[in-house]
Ligand binder design. Structure first.
Ligand SMILES: C[S@@+](CC[C@H](N)C(=O)[O-])C[C@H]1O[C@@H](n2cnc3c(N)ncnc32)[C@H](O)[C@@H]1O
Length: 379
């Protein structure tokens, strides 16, 4: 949407930001974008969340998905014909058999990174993924495959320098203004770095596997990576919502959906989606605010990010999203910043945080306990 927004330098500490050059109504789409690179999380894939190896579109039918997530192999669903999965288009790498939702995704993957990262040609990749899985347990935030794909893209590109330059224009300081360093355990990070250097045939991107380069790459992903979530079930729910039906049928299907979510919650909790992370050229310019006016969604059920207004936005206003979840957003400034510093390496200077700066720390006992639990899970 040319002309609807512009990039502007805001100075220290926030840097570049995206500003509206026209008003947006609530729920209006501001822009949509495909990522430079994306990858499914390793544990997510290992647990059977079957997605296109390139665009993360779910490859299960809605019935298969519901049966797996509710642990009920004979469950039936109304309106199964509304499922968007089209298995007739599915294809796979002839050598390593990873699946793609279409011939197009297979071709893009092959050209960008799979030529180097096909497991049939690079058996060490399995070991690298297994090592990574022992270091990074769910809930996952980074995938070693994202790093491998970045390196493969540089190695395979005709204009290596420009790919590297694009990446290095993303913020990638390993230590924030508030002095917070990388979250990942240094020793484990070095182990992964060595394994990446030994596993991938790297000629041109050697800097990225040096100690300094690898730390920067990690910080870059931490600061700019966007979580991606796709679900054939939520697409089906959305399509059922649009279908014409009688009030009685609507009531019955709404009840079915409530019960279905409860059954899935019992078996897999919040892990409903194919999940991964991605780097976007434009979306990564969106700064964080604790009172965001925009939201990143994945309504096409693939890795295409759609940025949508959460409320009316005026011309000249900065477009901001939240990097933290809704629940954390409701917590005190102290708790919000603890997460932003820990996972995103910065201290927030949004209006809400600035207004609350002089207020006494209001971290409740409940919040402290939740924070301690989060920290235990990370360690
Ligand atoms: C995804 S980038 C956003 C674009 C960034 N401003 C730039 O110049 O590249 C995320 C980084 O922007 C900065 N940032 C974003 N929101 C911020 C905020 N509310 N307060 C302070 N720094 C912020 C942090 O350095 C963070 O690591």
């Amino acid at each position: 949407m040319p002309g609807a927004f512009e990039l502007r330098e805001t100075g220290s500490p926030k840097g570049l930001g995206v500003f509206a050059t026209q008003p947006f109504a609530s729920k209006e789409i501001i822009f949509e974008e495909k990522p430079l690179v994306s990858a499914q999380f390793c544990w997510n894939e290992a647990y059977g969340y079957y997605a296109c190896h390139h665009c993360m579109r779910p490859m299960e039918t809605v019935v298969e998905n519901f049966r797996r997530l509710s642990n009920n192999g004979s469950a039936v669903l109304p309106y199964p014909e509304l499922c968007r999965t089209d298995k007739s288009k599915h294809t796979a790498c002839e050598s390593c058999r990873v699946g793609y939702c279409s011939e197009r995704c297979k071709q893009i993957a092959e050209q960008q990174y799979h030529h180097m990262l096909c497991q049939a040609k690079l058996p060490g990749l399995v070991r690298l993924v297994e090592c990574w899985k022992q270091i990074h347990f769910p809930p996952e935030t980074v995938s070693i495959m994202l790093i491998a794909r970045i390196i493969a893209m540089i190695e395979g590109s005709e204009d290596k320098q420009s790919v590297l330059q694009t990446l290095m224009s993303f913020s990638h300081e390993t230590v924030s203004d508030s002095g917070v360093g990388l979250v990942v355990d240094e020793e484990k990070l070095q182990l992964v770095r060595q394994m990446v250097a030994e596993t991938l045939p790297i000629n041109h991107a050697k800097y990225l596997v040096s100690e300094e380069g690898f730390n920067k790459l990690f910080a870059l992903i931490g600061r700019n990576g966007q979580g991606v979530g796709t679900s054939v079930f939520s697409m089906w729910v959305s399509d059922v919502g649009k279908k014409d039906m009688s009030d009685e049928e609507r009531e019955a299907v709404d009840h079915f959906i409530d019960v279905a979510y409860a059954q899935m919650d019992e078996h897999v909790g919040t892990f409903l989606n194919c999940e991964g992370s991605a780097l976007f050229k434009l979306q990564r310019c969106l700064n964080h605010s604790c009172t965001p006016n925009a939201l990143v969604t994945f309504p096409h059920s693939d890795h295409t990010a759609v940025v949508q207004a959460l409320r009316p936005i005026e011309t000249g206003e900065e477009i901001c999203i939240s990097y933290i979840d809704e629940c954390t957003l409701q917590r005190s400034r102290h708790s919000r910043n603890k997460q932003l510093q820990r996972y995103y390496l910065f201290e927030c200077c949004c209006n809400k945080c600035m207004e609350q700066i002089g207020l006494p720390d209001e971290t409740s006992e409940e919040e402290s306990e939740e924070e301690e639990e989060d920290e235990e899970m990370d360690s």
